[in-house]
Design a binder for this molecule. Sequence first.
Ligand SMILES: NC(=O)c1ccc[n+]([C@@H]2O[C@H](COP(=O)([O-])OP(=O)(O)OC[C@H]3O[C@@H](n4cnc5c(N)ncnc54)[C@H](OP(=O)(O)O)[C@@H]3O)[C@@H](O)[C@H]2O)c1
Length: 284
Amino acid sequence: MRILLTGRTGQVGSALERSLAPLGQVRAFDRQGLDLCDLKSIRPKLRSEMPDIIVNAAAHTAVDRAEKERDLAFAINSLGVQELALEAKAIDALLVHFSTDFVFDGEKPSPYIETDAPNPLNVYGWSKLEGERAIEASGCRYFIFRTSWVYAPGGRNFMHAILAAAKSRPELRVVDDQHGAPTSSLAIAGAIAKVLADPGLADKASGLYHMSAGGETTWHGFAEAILEARGVVTPLVAIPSTEYPVAAKRPKNSRLDNTKLAATFGIALAGWREGLAAVMRALD
Ligand SMILES: NC(=O)c1ccc[n+]([C@@H]2O[C@H](COP(=O)([O-])OP(=O)(O)OC[C@H]3O[C@@H](n4cnc5c(N)ncnc54)[C@H](OP(=O)(O)O)[C@@H]3O)[C@@H](O)[C@H]2O)c1
């Protein structure tokens, strides 16, 4: 099986490069090797590689910067993805893609299911939603996995930001009115490897799935667990989102219902605390 992976330098991409290796020949590309902004380069690249599966872990994920970089966010998250999907259709490859809880406005009082109506609050969310729609319209075989609050042993993420800030500040103020499940790149990459281990499923189960860690918390709860895991005693203060102004609005409810994933693939990601423990072990 030939697998083409984009975004190999990212949190999810780097974990996937390892987890997919036992499944076949993985050809992993960084931004220089396959630039989603360079639409004209995508077709020749895919035609020369002729993968059975395209796994797209590349994205513009800087949520606040996207408010100012609208064109770039849409170029990568919508237009580049559309080109990948059209090409997947043309060469009959399966497209595996990732999307986000930020396609929702967070007003629902319970976890979101796949058929809930999206209504993004920010440019990043809109650009990701347009990417989803382009895939669905392309006619290719696909899996879209919406996940949430991704972090990893490496890379820039909330976990590292909290650990760094705790070293330099007398106290940390973290929002406690956004609810979701921090999901580790390792858990995502492990689950994708399980899904792709059964090639027949792609024909039967093509579609959109929610894939987040079990349980739920707030950013404050996550920060507390991170500091506790490292034995850091810097005081944590819970604050409302209104006291932490950022460029992009975030949904209050980022919780994803993973029932469809479990029913289709028999896969459930571990609880977020277990996921954090595994990432902490990877740091040691
Ligand atoms: N991070 C989250 O909290 C979160 C939450 C929900 C869903 N997701 C989704 O999960 C997926 C993986 O996210 P992640 O956290 O692993 O992202 P990430 O760590 O920010 O990695 C993004 C990857 O995309 C690459 N990239 C950026 N622009 C590109 C371009 N024009 N062409 C090709 N590659 C490009 C980056 O390369 P460089 O290293 O060169 O920049 C990097 O390898 C994405 O679809 C994201 O939308 C993420």
